[in-house]
Design a protein around this ligand. Structure first.
Ligand SMILES: Cc1ncc(COP(=O)(O)O)c(C=O)c1O
Length: 392
């Protein structure tokens, strides 16, 4: 047993037999020097690539200047980040709350909308994933995650993600609707045409707060800055985290001013939120997304990746479906993907799973076509091996 396993809380993470030591761009290396292409992308956190040079430089400079500065004081690094964030934020979402993770960003969204509407009811989607703190978990669909912690928040209704009519579920009690514009954890599920637009109309009509959880889908991942843009829909509140600070923990809740302005001083807060180190890393991350044209790259090479996956589907009967947009992709198999993940590691390719039979790909947006071709070749071999193993 490793020292790490000895001390860590047990059974909370699936662990793979690899000890990662360093990373650069789309690649990571283990302690034996073996190289991997990282299509897992640190669960989507390595958005602008591992150790992105702009982010590294910003962290180094800021670490030498100031690491701690509570929100009770003004700070230049924070101001610079806010200014840059405002240039990419969806229209109208002009107020920003800082926290340190996705679940915290969702907690803030749920609290803000409760405070604004005074209504406790929430509509969430079947298959939706919003994190594991009590509020976020209450809006998360999976029984596996919810059941051991019941009772959670009451008044949460789950509607099928296939619906395009949410109005039937609205009553006087509903204050918020929360949705991932593209569901990540559940296996890269795109909304049916019209769902997000319908939500927008119904929420506006009934004075309900529409929350987009763009923690996995945002910041260029789908080839647009915001996944909601793919359906031309802007929410009232948007949650962000994951790759927003190049790997340094950060969470953001962007809101229309009238919603968050209802809260009084101290009604919601976060000690680490808005710390200069995360802000400097975040400003550099936005810099990289813009100046290195990573959103455009995600659209371009993401399309190339998806075409390659569709070819694999034609060739391999064990592939049931290929889905996704930009660099948020999935390959659904007819079987459990565990062997493929482990074989991938042996072949130098890291991938992520969703449920039992879905391979999820959240590669850094800095990936190029050559590395994608290399990944596709490896996946082709892995699928052939699996077919031989299963006699398909
Ligand atoms: C859509 C979505 N929301 C919320 C979360 C929770 O984020 P965190 O693990 O940072 O709390 C995740 C994490 O995977 C996510 O994908």
């Amino acid at each position: 047993m490793s020292e790490e396993d000895k001390h860590l809380s047990t059974t909370l993470y699936q662990k793979f037999p690899v000890r990662i030591e360093r990373g650069k761009g789309v690649r990571v290396w283990d302690t034996s020097g073996k190289e991997y292409i990282d299509c897992m992308g640190g669960y989507g956190v390595a958005l602008v690539g591992h150790c992105n040079p702009r982010v590294v430089e910003a962290i180094k400079n800021q670490a030498e200047k100031l690491i701690v500065c509570h929100m009770s004081f003004y700070n230049d690094a924070r101001e610079d980040f806010l200014r840059r964030m405002a240039t990419i934020a969806p229209r109208g979402l002009s107020k920003i709350f800082f926290s340190n993770s996705g679940a915290e960003a969702v907690e803030a969204a749920l609290k803000f909308s409760r405070r604004y509407t005074g209504k406790p009811g929430i509509i969430s989607m079947s298959g939706g994933y919003h994190g594991k703190t009590f509020g976020a978990l209450s809006a998360t669909y999976s029984e596996k995650y919810r059941k051991p912690f019941m009772p959670l928040l009451e008044n949460v209704k789950f509607l099928p993600y296939t619906t395009t009519r949410i109005e039937d579920a609205v009553d006087d009690n509903i204050g918020a609707v929360i949705v991932e514009p593209i569901q990540g954890e559940t296996g890269i599920i795109l909304p049916p045409e019209g769902l997000l637009q319908n939500m927008r109309e119904v929420c506006t009509k009934h004075g309900i707060v529409l929350i987009f959880d763009e923690i996995q889908s945002g910041l260029g991942r789908t080839g647009k800055m915001w996944a909601g843009e793919n359906w031309k829909t802007i929410p009232d509140i948007m949650c962000l985290a994951k790759g927003l600070a190049g790997g340094v923990p950060i969470g953001l809740t962007l809101s229309k001013p009238e919603i968050v302005e209802v809260l009084r001083v101290g009604e919601h807060s976060s000690t680490f939120g808005g710390n200069p180190l995360a802000c400097a890393a975040g400003a550099a991350t936005i810099g990289s997304l813009n100046e290195d044209k990573l959103v455009e790259n995600a659209a371009d090479v993401g399309g190339y990746f998806k075409d390659g996956l569709l070819e694999l589907k034609e060739k391999h009967r064990i592939v049931r479906d290929v889905r996704g947009l930009g660099m948020m992709l999935a390959l659904e198999l007819r079987f459990d993907v565990r062997n493929l993940l482990l074989d991938g590691i042996r072949h130098g390719l890291l991938m992520l799973y969703s449920g039992k039979n879905i391979l999820r790909l959240l590669p850094p947006l800095v990936m190029d076509k050559e590395t994608i071709s290399q990944s596709l070749e490896t996946m082709d071999e892995l699928l052939s091996e699996e077919e031989r193993r299963r006699n398909v």
